[in-house]
Each structure stands twice: as structure tokens, then as C-alpha cells.
Design a protein around this ligand. Sequence first.
Ligand code: ADP
Length: 572
Amino acid sequence: MEMIWSYLKKYKIAVAAALLLTLLELGVELVQPLLIARIIDDGILQEDLGTVLFWGGWLLVFSLAAFAAGIINSFYAAHASMSTGHDLRSAVFRKVQTLAAGSFQRFAVSSLLTRVTNDVIQIQNTIFMSLRIMLRAPLLVAGSVIMAFFVQWQLALILFTTVPLLSIVLIIIVRRAAGMFSRVQQAVDQVNHTAEENLTAVRLVKTFVRRKHESKKFHSAAGQLQDRTVRTMRMVEITMPLILLVMNGSIMAVLWFGTAGVTGGAMSVGEVVAVINYVTRMTGALSIFSMIIIIFSRAKASAARISSVLEEESTELPRGSGRQNDIPGEVVFRDVTFTYPEMPEPVLSRVSFSVSPGSRTAVLGAAGSGKTTLIQMIPKLLLPDEGEVVIDGVPASEWKTESLRAAIGYVPQEAVLFSGTIADNLRWGREDASEEEMVQALKDAQIYGAVQELPDGLYTRVGQRGINLSGGQKQRISIARALIRDPSILLLDDSTSALDTHTEKKLLDVIESRQCTVLMITQKLASAETADQIVLLEDGMVEAAGTDDELARSSRLYRAVKESQEGGGMYA
Ligand code: ADP
């Protein structure tokens, strides 16, 4: 919860204004019963209309003031809560973008989504309610007891015994509810996770006729959410009847002793009415309190979930000196060893090889041999545990991250296009790309012909609410997005898998003419054979490195691969 205060601090003026106005409302509420007592004792019982009108007038003025204070308070409370929500959401989003590789895996994507949306909303609501009524409710309870004491101390003794007891019970319930609400939020995560998986794999689910199975999974997650919510609600719902029971009991006691007091002449009717008025106000405040219990416990659970993201470790990238974009593009791996967090074995062990500027290196190896991991070390997506990756004579760790990345074009294994037009996607690679440059990049990536045939050409929408492109088309557009950066180093992670040999050759020829260093993971021997160098990985180690000829002579594994792929097969 401290985390929330630290974010709320920025809006302390709005918070202070809201709280001040709350106090004003509170003051009016506490004074009203006194005025009522006056009206009864000095006005009605004395049949003095002037006094009734006088105090009645004041009652009206106070009520109007409280009404105005309430409206302005809402304004400040909304400002502080919405702004804090916005800041928290942005902070979580920023954090997620810098999470270290290991940390990112700890949170499911759906769970991060729930935290950015649902959990932040819980906190936002709580801040609003706190500034609006949360402070007022306990103060109204405490203030009512004290004021009742001044009005008629004997009657107030009843409240002195019941209210603290009730408060203790309520606090115990809040504590238990917080734990239960955190389990409710976990169930929300689970529902989102199941829904997300199902939506992403909707075609798979249909063709495998797994709809029933998936529905069952969803129902079970939704059922769990329902079950946990109902159980939690049942517990917090006890609070309301409990409050009513205790407070109505108190009213009866006040009436009982009050009647005796008035008859005996020790108290006035006005005093008894005032005390009852305080008790009813307290009942209202306590009921609000019971409602607050719900959102407060929820917020506590949500705050813990948000904090756990914010407290995660970011990738602390060394600052580096910073260099310009025009790097020749030499890449050297020196004894690089890397282990994923919480994995027993290293995925890369003492990997060494060098790539000269402007050359093309094919990285070959069975699935799981560490190819993707290796490539991700170049733009510092992962940092070696031992050894170093040296780019143009400077260890990657010393490179200014942005400068290094600006010199790199990366095409991941899974072509991801963002919602928007094809042009938007290309400009995502380089914001100031002109239309001619975009056309050229698409031509180089061997996709311009297909783009031209789309309804709006370069400005056709893709992704959500746009047209669906084939896997191969997406792949080539993401290659164009990398090429448009005019990179010194181009990293292709099996990005030409959907291209036929002829198209792939044309693409590689174009890339060669661009004179950038290329590291390409490939499953196709045909594209490896023409590379300047082949790095053959086996179980995270370099089995052999050299040209096709050299490997054919020196590596048994390479020969075996060649034999198995005779006739244009794939590495398997
Ligand atoms: P390749 O690209 O050759 O298929 P990868 O580099 O993707 O190989 O993966 C190498 C090994 O590391 C595999 O066994 C894979 O399961 C494991 N691995 C990949 N990414 C992670 C990760 N983020 N956390 C833990 N293990 C991983």
C-alpha cells in the first residue's frame, strides 16, 4: 500500500483539498443534531416559532455548504484518483518493457494485462472512495461518539461500549477479506489467460474440434472466479447485518434509558433525539465503512500485485560510450556462455566465432540447440554470463544500447505486424522513411508485387480490423521493416522459412548488394551452402564453423545433415 501513497504524493494539493472539504462536510454533519436539539428544546417545546425558524435557517445554510463541499470534493477526488491510476498504469507498462528476460517469464501476459487494467482500476476506485468518504466514515463515527458525549454523557456510554467492539470485528473482517480478494484477482487472471489462449488459437481449436474441451476449461476458470468471489462476498456481506444489529440495539438502549431520563427530569427530549440522530448517522457511516471494506481489501490485493511487477528487476544495461550508426558490422563471439534464469544447464557454452563486416553467416542447428538465444545476444536482448560479444571491436556491454540497436535490423522468428497500415508497420522500423524508401524496402523484401495488389496498396490496413496476410507475406513485410532501417547488421531468425528457393535467393542477392553483415538462422541447407560462413550449433556449442566446403570436409555432423537433406529437405 505504501506504493500507492508514493504515487499519490504527486497530487497532494488535490488530496489535501479533497480531505479539507471532507472535514467541512463532516463538521456540518456533526453540528446538525445539535441544531435539531435546539429546535426541539428551545423552539418546538417552548412553542417559539422564531427560534425554530432561526435554527432551521442555519440548518439550511449548513446543509447547502456541505452540499457544495461534496461536489467540489468529488472533483478533486476524481482528479487525484484518475491521475494516480494513469501514472501507475504507465509505470507498470514502462516496467514491463524493461523487464529482464527471466522476470518477464514469471508473469503470464494475461496476468500483466489484468494488472495494467483491472488492478489499476481497483486502486483508482479506492483512492476516489477514500478521498470522498473513507476518511469521513471513521471520523464521523468517532466524532458522533464524542459529540453524543457532550450532549448527554450517560446515553453516550452505551456507544462507548458497542462501537469499539464493532470496529474490532470489522477490522478482523477486512484483514481476512484482503487475503480472499487476492485469490479472487488470481482467478480473474486465470479467466483472462484462458480466454486469451483460446482467442489466439481459435483456428487450431476449431480444426482439432477441441471446442468442448476449451469451453470446459473456460467454464472451470470462470466457475472458480465465481466461487471465490461468492465466498469472499459472503464474508464481507456479514458486516452489514452485524452493523445494523449492533446499532439498532444501541438505539433501543438509548430510547430505553432516554425515556427514563426524560421522565426523571435528568435529560431533555432534544438531547435524546440528538443522541439518536448521532447513532443513525454512525449507522450510515459504518455501512459505508462496510462497503469500503470491500474495495479496500480488493485494492490491497491489487496493490500487492502491481508492486510485485514494479519491484521486479529491470535489465540493467551498462551505459556504454555511444557510437554512430555507420558501423562496419563486425561481430565476434568470445567464449560466450549463457544460462536462462532458473534453468539447470547453460543453453550456450563457450561459443566462439567471428563474422567479418558485410559477410553472411548461416547459423545451423537442431531445434533447441541455442540459435535464437545466440542471435538475441547481438542487440543485447540477452547478456552473456561469461565471455563477451564484441561488435566492431567494442564489447556489446559497452555499447550505448540505442546506438547499437539503431544499427541492427532484426526479424524475429514469428513475424509480428502491428495493427495499422503496411506503411505504419514499415515506419515503425524507421519513422522518417519516405514513400520511395518504403517501396524500395518492399521490393527488396520481394513483397512489393503482392502489396500493390492489395485494395489500398501500401496503405492497406493489416492486423486487427484489417486484412489477413499469409505467414509468408507477413514474414517478408517484417523483413522490409528491418531493411528500411538500412542496418549494418541484419539478424534473420529463420525469417525466410516460408520463401521458395528462388525468391529467397533473390532476397539474399539484394541483401548482399546492401553490404550489411547478415546472421541468419536457417533450417534450409540450400541457403546455408551459399553463405560466407556456416556456424553449426549442437547443444549450445559450436560444433563447427567455416564454409560449406570446409565443413563438408571437417564435420561429420554437417555431412550427416547434408545427406539427410539431399533433395532439398530441412534440418530436422
Ligand atoms: P533454437 O533457436 O536453436 O531452437 P533456442 O535458442 O530458442 O534454440 O533455445 C535453446 C534452449 O533454451 C531450448 O532448450 C529452449 O527450451 C531454452 N529456452 C529458450 N528460451 C528460453 C527462456 N526464455 N527461458 C528458459 N529456457 C529457454
